[in-house]
Design a protein. Structure first.
Length: 258
């Protein structure tokens, strides 16, 4: 979860753009190939953002301590929400985050108070506009939790052939259901998801070693240099060799968040 202030940020996911600025927040409950761009910032008005990690154990504890009515939420049979959501932050959430940030300048107070204020900040999420998304983060048997296992497998083995049957087994659903739920969560197919992870990783490698085009392609799982070059150009708008040169010139303002 991140809240932005003083400037604007844009996140791009498979052709979809999610923009937010002062007083807004975004929730990204699973690891997605998201690219972030700061669209408005200056020395006088710098970009400031607060990021709070959504730890399933902490959210699960909050849900377990509430009433049965509050804890009722979509579980394994329910559909997973879209893997990124943007909305206005509530006054209560902004107040809690403000008090948490204030503790940065008071380490003695933070040692005693920070845990409680963080807990309050987290509580504002499963009771806010995106309560379905936040609650599924804390439910071990939610659809989102099962799909997160498959997503982690793709990300950690992106350079290897994709077996949909194995991914569906990790999500504990049929192949047909897996395709439907995976697309609803990520806005892309598993193959498209893996391709984006591969190409983003190749781009990172080219930034470090711009002259090794073939090596970057092979390292991320491409056996065909021509296929690598073709798909790279389709995604980034330029062939690997030229894009590597452009990356070297624009590296400071470029920010990648996968």
């Amino acid at each position: 979860m991140a809240a932005a202030d003083e400037a604007s940020l844009r996140r791009d996911l498979n052709g979809r753009t999610f923009a937010y600025g002062p007083g807004r927040l975004t929730i990204v409950p699973v690891e997605l190939p998201v690219v972030g761009h700061i669209t408005q910032a200056s020395p006088e008005e710098p970009f400031l953002a607060f990021v709070l990690r959504l730890r399933p154990g902490k959210i699960a504890t909050l849900l377990a301590e509430t009433t049965p009515v509050t804890t009722a939420a979509p579980r394994a049979a329910g559909a997973a929400p879209l893997g990124i959501a943007v909305s206005d932050a509530s006054p209560a959430l902004l107040d809690a985050i403000g008090r948490l940030l204030a503790l940065l300048g008071a380490p003695d107070d933070a040692a005693v108070l920070a845990v409680g204020v963080e807990r309050e900040s987290l509580w504002r999420l499963p009771t806010g506009p995106h309560r379905a998304t936040a609650r599924q983060v804390g439910l071990a048997d939610s659809r989102l939790a099962y799909l997160a296992r498959s997503i982690h497998r793709i990300r950690s083995h992106y350079d290897q052939p994709l077996r949909i049957e194995d991914l569906a087994a990790l999500a504990a659903i049929s192949v047909t259901s897996f395709h439907r739920h995976f697309r609803a969560l990520t806005s892309m197919t598993p193959i498209q998801f893996q391709k984006q992870i591969r190409l983003h990783e190749a781009r990172t490698r080219l930034l470090a070693e711009p002259g090794d085009i073939a090596g970057a392609g092979f390292a991320v799982g491409y056996d065909s240099p021509s296929q690598f070059s073709r798909e790279y150009r389709r995604m980034f708008g330029a062939p690997p060799s030229r894009d590597a040169l452009l990356l070297g010139q624009t590296a400071p303002p470029l920010r990648r968040n996968l």
